[in-house]
Design a protein around this ligand. Sequence first.
Ligand SMILES: [Zn+2]
Length: 223
Amino acid sequence: MLLRTLSIASILTLAWSMPGVAAQCDNEIVRVFAPTSELVSRVCTVVERAETRLESCALRQSRALVIRVSDSPNQFELMGHFGTKNNEIGLLSPNDLAAVLSSNSAYREIDMEQLFDSIVVHELAHAFFANTPCGIETCLAGHEYISFALQFWSLEEQSREAIISALPTSSVVGIEWFTDERLTESPEVFAANAWLHFSQPGFGCGFIKAIVAGDAVFPSEDE
Ligand SMILES: [Zn+2]
């Protein structure tokens, strides 16, 4: 999930097992490779549902995007990743997700197919946000804030609450809390806090638009 592993992770994609089925989603922009046709259509359905929501937050995709679903965990055991170089998303299939989750992961509170769908949204948000002037190197915390907020938005309320209540989050934090350091320390706590911040009245898509426009800036590493 973390962008700092992207370059290595995207090279690894090439070594993943050859997928069984390939298809273009109806939007003509996303092409999916997956072990089964069910997974291909599952991904396309999530993409179509997410696109409207991302567009409402000023995140759009115009370049061709490839999504590869693998049933073999990569070396870094990532649930998903996005590579900017080839504009490609790699995902682990729902059946293989549990194997890469830590034993105390809050994501174990929900169904793995739901988790998979939410990771599709997470990585899509990275891909769409990468089309904006805010680069990954300068906007790492911003990137993950957007991806986690939209990932949690895509979950059913009950699942979202199950994840959040399994994590040590108390009250809503301010933008200065979202540092690269805290992201590395605990991506799950960062994710839950991103959702709690994003879902406050007056934030939501308006806040994402402010990040995209460069009006909302996350703390830099030396602050
Ligand atoms: Zn991410």
